[in-house]
Write a new protein. Structure first.
Length: 120
């Protein structure tokens, strides 16, 4: 099972949902690490080999965060970000995606699916 770092903008019910699914998930919000710079967040995710889960679109910028520079990013792009919609989309993603292949991958999670970007 992959390890996940939940950005501070990920609500506790989503963190709990993934925890109940068996993920080793660390939350910046709940862990008292909120307010860290984006650079420090990505550094922590890399050091701990965690996939970053975030709503922030700049983490999906492959110029700022090249795919080869991180363990993986799941950018949630769901508006409005209702807990039920996000958890349903995560559930679908978890059923369809082989998590063993997530290293150096950008996932953009949407209401009705997800997009995958890998190093070509």
């Amino acid at each position: 099972m992959i390890k996940v770092l939940a950005d501070e903008n990920i609500p506790p019910p989503i963190v709990e949902f993934l925890h109940q699914k068996g993920f080793d998930i660390k939350s910046l919000f709940q862990g008292g690490i909120s307010g860290a710079s984006d650079k420090d967040i990505m550094k922590l995710a890399c050091q701990e080999q965690r996939v970053l889960l975030t709503f922030d679109k700049h983490f999906a910028n492959v110029v700022l965060y090249p795919l080869s520079s991180h363990y993986g990013v799941i950018r949630i792009r769901i508006h409005p970000p209702l807990i039920s919609t996000v958890t349903r989309s995560l559930e679908h993603f978890l059923q369809k995606f082989d998590l063993a292949t997530i290293r150096a991958t950008l996932i953009v999670l949407e209401r009705d699916g997800f997009r995958v970007r890998r190093i070509s």
